[in-house]
Design a protein around this ligand. Structure first.
Ligand code: ATP
Ligand code: ZN
Length: 226
């Protein structure tokens, strides 16, 4: 999808933890919109910058396909797709352009409360449940530990209680969910926050100037917030 475009299209989460802060950041950067009836698309009024409201997991793929130009998504989601492409020998079609300072969390290894945790070698031969198999695999490799990865699409924290796994690798912010499931975080494998994701290569049309303008304004907003 290399069509020349003169409007910039940014994908943001439709509803979830990143929706409001993403809109607030874009609004503070001087954007305003007219919302469509179906709430999929917001037409940019102050600048030719439109929003697409989607599930966060779809954002990296939309950028890779050229359907969207930029996206606001958790580093955890972006990293997972970059690792997945690396594993299958595909070049990274997108990358992190800016860290945005909200949506902070960690991708952590958590084990049952009762484990006496010493080191990652204790995970050898264990089953670890996660929604982030590519990051877990890459991390296990750096540790020289062989474990079984159990891929789950949700409710990872209950897997040990159900006997589906011995440990988990999941997003943690307060740790309350882990504690409620008799688990404790022992290691962080990624420090995450919301990021502005964009293509690996610069734009070759009017979108280049629009993206520059937007980045300058965003940087100004982020500096003031610091
Ligand atoms: P969607 O319907 O868009 O797929 P979701 O349920 O996957 O939504 P949210 O729970 O809204 O997504 O989380 C979006 C992002 O918020 C996460 O990918 C992560 O980057 C960030 N985040 C911050 N704190 C947490 C947390 N405690 N648990 C989960 N995600 C968190
Ligand atoms: Zn999601």
């Amino acid at each position: 999808n290399s069509a020349v475009r003169d409007r910039l299209r940014i994908a943001i989460q439709k509803s979830g933890r990143l929706s409001e802060p993403a809109r607030a950041l874009l609004a503070s950067s001087g954007l305003s919109w007219r919302e469509s009836r179906d709430k999929l698309f917001c037409y940019g009024e102050s600048l030719p910058v439109d929003l697409l409201l989607v599930r966060d997991d779809d954002i990296p793929g939309l950028i890779a396909e050229g359907v969207c130009d930029l996206g606001i998504v958790g580093r955890n989601v972006l990293r997972e797709l970059i690792n997945e492409r690396e594993e299958s020998g595909k070049p990274a079609a997108f990358r992190e352009w800016r860290a945005l300072g909200f949506g902070g969390c960690r991708l952590s290894i958590a084990v049952p409360d009762v484990w006496d945790w010493q080191s990652p070698t204790q995970l050898a031969g264990k089953r670890i449940a996660t929604t982030y198999p590519n990051q877990l695999r890459a991390w296990l490799r750096t540790q020289g530990v062989q474990a079984d990865i159990v891929m789950l699409n949700g409710s990872v924290e209950i897997a040990p209680r159900l006997g589906q796994a011995d440990a988990i690798c999941d997003l943690v912010s307060s740790g309350a969910t882990l504690a409620a499931n008799q688990l404790k975080p022992v290691l962080d494998i990624l420090q995450s926050e919301a990021v502005l994701a964009g293509p690996a290569h610069p734009f070759a049309d009017a979108r280049a100037d629009l993206a520059d303008l937007l980045l300058r304004r965003m940087d100004g907003v982020l500096r003031i917030r610091d």
